[in-house]
Design a protein around this ligand. Sequence first.
Ligand SMILES: [Zn+2]
Length: 228
Amino acid sequence: MITPDTKDWTWVLERACPDCGFDTPEVDAERVADLVRANAAAWVALLAERPEAALRSRPVPEVWSDLEYACHVRDVFRLFRVRLGLMLDEQDPLFANWDQDETAVAERYGEQDPARVSAELAEAAEELAAAFDRVEGGQWQRPGRRSDGARFTVASFARYLIHDPVHHLYDVTEGRPHDLTGPPLSRSAGRSPATPQPNRPVRRGARPEGRAGPPRRARTRRPARCGR
Ligand SMILES: [Zn+2]
């Protein structure tokens, strides 16, 4: 059982992520296409290098496996391609809700074939990158809305998007299980749970507390709430 993450990640548009270090506000939206391609290449390499058993293994029962994260990233690329199309084709579209946790279960992420996931991730990334390559001029300012009220332009949407696969790549390359049991690497006074709790399972990339105060740095890993 993975506990859904309901925190809002739009703060990444305003400051660097204390977990993965990615400085979203500094990203030029016109670079996002190349960042998507670079990120996808790293996932493809990871999926090729690690043994299948390792890819399918969850560090702890409550944390997604590398394969599950790769499936999630593939689906984020696909979802954001659709949403980018809506922003370019419609006036201020309202995005349909996407529940990333329901999708992970319904699509049986953990049972998918790593080689196929790798190919699909690469294809989805290239389609998204190519779509961003075609954005020009005033299109960067076209608006769109998420179902929770968050508002984006194509430019902020691009910056928001790229943090997610970058963060998850960090999750599967840096946030190894031993970090889950260490003390929170906190820059704030707040403390996050340092270990997964039986009744409150956690995933990689623990969520800072929204917009209130500095984000917490903890290695109780959860995927980003990127899909709403
Ligand atoms: Zn991050």
